[in-house]
Write a protein that binds this ligand. Structure first.
Ligand SMILES: Cc1cc2nc3c(=O)[nH]c(=O)nc-3n(C[C@H](O)[C@H](O)[C@H](O)COP(=O)(O)OP(=O)(O)OC[C@H]3O[C@@H](n4cnc5c(N)ncnc54)[C@H](O)[C@@H]3O)c2cc1C
Length: 461
């Protein structure tokens, strides 16, 4: 077990939050949504400003509108996936990725609508399909359409296509860059509704904006990381096959780190590598500047990571995420529910509560296949002495003589332990996707409203 009790370091700056009070977070979130809406509406405002081009008929004009809307939405996706902390802060990175998924669908539907209407009602304007004979700007539009459709298909069916995450990520970036460049070339080349300098400036702005985000994400940020490496100082085997890697910063360490957050981790790779994986920081900011990642070997990469030798060089991109007690300052108590390695963000939040000597009541349901595999159970037991923590282990295959809960955490288990007056407390859940879905339904069923349920998804795509 790693000694996480060292609080000698002054980490006050490290856990200064961006802002976590609910009204400020809500305002920030609404501002970003407004900005997104303005970004999508801006092309239309500029296009309709000044001398209007002659109408090509209702269907033609509508199809052009769909095309411009699609491109504005597609450009927005670069900002959403650039891990810009100012954008992810109010929602959490996982929710932003979820928005990205649905908005990308929206962009592709608009693009297909744009092409489909022209194909059905204005076919002569499309000319021939053969790229050797077709006008280059029309071919550019088709290349963009193919790239964006391929982006959606390869993302939605990644697992069925047996596409490794690393390959998928490179493909995703390549298709997005090619698709976006082709779409901008198409718009400028066709020249329809982009005839005045103001309108060309708009598309120049869109182009520069998306290139700036790509440059920041893939060049500038890794360059900054290269100047702030980390070093692995401990690799500790825990129960359930989990290994905790402890890293110490060789630079300034994490800034604005809150309990329950996660970071993208690269070990023994270039900071420019696309191979990086997200892991919760399982210790608390108060116990920094060292960070701990508790990793369950589930696939090729994690199998390698748990064998990391002491002294290995690492890069940490973070912190991200909103699964934090810092967002719940007014809570009277906490209900926490973890399945397997889903205990990591909960552990981090518990460490923070302990470091702050916070005596608000906590009920923790912790589900595991077996008692032997219950990671950190000794550490949790120790925490019980310092926190007002009630620990309910739920074991699927319990050992002989087991008297606590058995099976999976479900409605009945919850009802046996939750007092009626805890429904307004925050319920923090982290575990496998089927468990999350089932528990969210169970909690709603027993009267917990969605705004009192916080969950962390260990799968972004
Ligand atoms: C916010 C967050 C916090 C997490 N915290 C922890 C933690 O504390 N401990 C822990 O053990 N695991 C955690 N995970 C899960 C961990 O990231 C995956 O288990 C790991 O990336 C799997 O990689 P693999 O190649 O070994 O397994 P694979 O079998 O190749 O992948 C399993 C699944 O993990 C996801 N995944 C794989 N590679 C990546 C990647 N580069 N980026 C994003 N997702 C990927 C994919 O959905 C994939 O289907 C967390 C995930 C997220 C999103």
């Amino acid at each position: 077990m790693i000694d996480r009790s060292d609080t000698t370091l002054d980490t006050a700056k490290a856990h200064q939050p961006l802002h976590d009070k609910l009204p400020a977070v809500l305002l920030h979130g609404m501002f970003i949504i407004m900005l997104g809406l303005v970004a999508v509406a801006l092309p239309f405002v500029i296009l309709l400003y000044g001398a209007r081009p002659p109408s090509g008929g209702l269907i033609w004009d509508f199809s052009m509108g769909l095309g411009f809307g699609a491109l504005a939405l597609a450009a927005l996706q670069f900002a959403m996936t650039g891990r810009l902390r100012w954008i992810t802060h109010p929602f959490g990175a996982d929710i932003v990725y979820l928005f990205h998924r649905y908005l990308s669908w929206g962009a592709v539907v608009l693009m297909l609508g744009h092409f489909g209407l022209l194909y059905l009602f204005h076919q002569p304007a499309l000319g021939v399909l053969n790229p050797l004979e077709a006008r280059w700007e029309l071919t550019a539009g088709r290349v963009a359409l193919v790239c964006f459709v391929a982006l959606i298909v390869s993302s939605e069916f990644r697992k069925r296509l047996s596409l490794r995450h690393e390959w998928w990520r490179s493909l995703h970036l390549g298709l997005a860059l090619l698709g976006m460049s082709a779409a901008i070339a198409h718009i400028l080349g066709v020249g329809n509704l982009t005839d005045t300098p103001a309108k060309r400036v708009l598309w120049l702005g869109v182009t520069l904006g998306f290139m700036a985000v790509v440059f920041y994400t893939h060049v500038l940020r890794p360059w900054q990381q290269a100047r702030r490496p980390w070093r692995v100082v401990a690799n500790t085997a825990e129960r359930g096959g989990v290994h905790t890697l402890e890293l110490t910063p060789e630079g300034p360490g994490l800034q604005r780190w809150k309990p329950g957050q996660f970071a993208w981790l690269k070990i023994d790779r270039s900071p420019y590598s696309l191979i990086e994986h997200p892991f919760t920081i399982s210790n608390a900011p108060e116990k920094g500047p060292n960070v701990a990642f508790s990793i369950k070997p589930l696939g090729d990469h994690t199998q390698q990571l748990i064998k990391t030798p002491i002294g290995a060089k690492a890069y940490v991109d973070g912190p991200y995420g909103a699964f934090s007690i810092d967002r719940m300052a007014d809570a009277q108590g906490f209900i926490m529910i973890a399945g397997g390695v889903g205990i990591t963000p909960i552990l981090s939040n518990l460490h923070a509560l302990q470091a702050r000597n916070d005596q608000r009541p906590i009920l923790l349901f912790f589900g595991n296949p077996s008692w032997e595999e219950a990671s950190f159970r000794e550490e949790l037991e120790q925490m019980r002495r310092k926190l007002d923590l009630t620990l309910i282990h739920v074991i699927e295959n319990p050992p002989e003589g087991w008297t606590s809960e058995t099976g999976k955490i479900d409605r009945n288990v919850l009802l046996r332990h939750l007092a009626a007056d805890t429904r307004q407390w925050p319920h923090l859940i982290c575990g496998p996707a089927p468990m999350l879905n089932a528990l969210r339904a169970d909690l709603k069923d027993i009267g917990v409203s969605a705004r009192h349920i916080e969950y962390e998804i260990f799968e972004l795509v």
